[in-house]
Design a protein around this ligand. Structure first.
Ligand SMILES: Cc1cc2nc3c(=O)[nH]c(=O)nc-3n(C[C@H](O)[C@H](O)[C@H](O)COP(=O)(O)OP(=O)(O)OC[C@H]3O[C@@H](n4cnc5c(N)ncnc54)[C@H](O)[C@@H]3O)c2cc1C
Length: 386
């Protein structure tokens, strides 16, 4: 059996969460995908077992676990349900972590315990229709008013939009200041003037609802500003560093599922009087799938171990997502190929892996943007250390 260099605590999390997701979450995932059912129940279950807000200190309701432990949960979830995995990732790496890293003690006390139990789900609202990769060009406006701020604008492609209970919304106080004008706000679902479009129909991760968000003069008290005025863009980038480790883990989970299913099928399916795994054409695909899975997993774990070092390891976080997502896409399609016609049929759940894998190359930084980040650090001093 393959073993990784994990601490005792991480190894215990890996085994326990694997058992939990196989027993409790895997049986729900095909139906959730078909009927686009938001995985709230799955998150509540994970919360009840202590798998939400894992990096948060126990005094605020978390487990005080390592970043890698949380990454292992995403990977295990994605092996059976990539949609639940991304909702988990957004909740933990983008919403919970925003309050954990940048919240005041009062904000932590008020919001984290419920989020660590899965009673409240968090979402992240940065993207706009005309500001995707170039998020600093966002136009949602924040205006100072008596006691707080008024928000106005539209956000696009919000995971959990309309389902989540809290939204970390990025808006600018002064467009002339560009990135330095952007500020983060914590907005509850029921806020007056906050509405959502219907779920957008998607290729994959269909259970992870994605919606447009409209902010129509939403009043936010000053106590709901996260971080300082003008710090929002730096907060978004900081969170996306961790988010990329999470999406890398989601891709690793998809790849692990593709390999597990393909190797079992290669041993069982017979053609020309023998298992198809006896044919070199199938063996080479399996060998590449296993090798790339190992590489992606190790790179993702390495990135998770360096998370606490923050933006100085940004290229490492980008590399993990870039490598894992592109190989997940490739090898999910390899699994479809090994299954032949059965792989193309929804009943076998292999085509879902390919549909789910594609978005890992797009959200939280496209592959092109990640290559740009990596290259720009290479041309500076990232590899210069002795
Ligand atoms: C299912 C889903 C869920 C999402 N969830 C969220 C969410 O919860 N919250 C949120 O804020 N956002 C979310 N997003 C948005 C996501 O992060 C953006 O889609 C992504 O950042 C890309 O932006 P875009 O779609 O506008 O593409 P664009 O930025 O328009 O890019 C289009 C193409 O041009 C390329 N490109 C752009 N700029 C460059 C460049 N400088 N060099 C080379 N190529 C370039 C891109 O790589 C891409 O191939 C989600 C998206 C999806 C699909």
């Amino acid at each position: 059996m393959r073993r990784y260099l994990l601490s005792d605590e991480e190894e215990a999390v890996r085994q326990a969460v694997h058992t939990l997701v196989v027993r409790e979450i895997a049986p729900l995932s095909a139906l959730s995908d078909r009927q686009e059912l938001f995985p709230r129940r799955q998150l509540e279950l994970l919360g009840a077992h202590g798998y939400l807000g894992m990096i948060v200190a126990p005094e605020f309701g978390g487990a005080g676990a390592s970043y890698l432990a949380q990454t292992l949960v995403i990977e295990a979830l994605a092996e059976v349900d990539a949609a639940a995995a991304v909702v988990y990732e957004v909740h933990n790496a983008l919403a919970v972590e925003a309050i954990w890293r940048f919240g005041t003690p009062e904000q932590k006390r008020a919001w984290l315990p419920d989020m660590c139990q899965g009673k409240r789900i968090g979402a992240f609202a940065l993207t706009e229709a005309d500001a995707g990769s170039h998020a600093a060009a966002l136009t949602a406006r924040a205006e100072q008013v008596d006691g707080g701020y008024r928000l106005r604008g539209r956000k696009m492609f919000i995971t959990g939009g309309g389902e989540a209970d809290w939204y970390l919304v990025f808006a600018t106080l002064d467009p002339a200041k560009k990135a330095e004008g952007i500020t983060a706000f914590w907005v509850p679902k029921g806020a007056k003037g906050l509405t959502f479009g219907p779920p957008l129909e998607k290729m994959g991760i269909r259970a992870a609802r994605t919606s447009e968000m409209v902010l129509d003069d939403v009043l936010v008290p000053a106590s709901h500003r996260v971080g300082e005025e003008g710090q929002g863009y730096a907060i978004a980038l900081y969170l996306l560093d961790g988010g990329r480790i999470g999406i890398a883990a989601q891709a690793v989970g998809i790849m692990a599922a593709a390999l597990a299913r393909a190797r079992r099928y290669a041993r069982e399916r017979r053609q020309f009087g023998q298992p198809i795994g006896h044919f070199e054409g199938v063996q080479w695909r399996l060998a590449d799938m296993a090798t790339d899975l190992e590489a992606a997993r190790l790179l993702t774990y390495e990135a998770a171990r360096h998370r606490e070092e923050g933006p100085q390891q940004r290229p490492l976080f980008a590399m993990a997502k870039l490598f894992a997502s592109e190989h997940a896409m490739r090898h999910a399609l390899d699994a479809v190929q090994i299954f032949g016609g059965y792989g193309y049929m929804a009943e076998y759940g292999i085509e879902r892996l390919a549909r789910d894998a594609k978005v890992t190359e797009i959200y939280e930084g496209t592959s092109e943007i990640l290559r740009w980040i990596i290259a720009s650090h290479l041309l500076k001093d990232w590899y210069d250390t002795p």
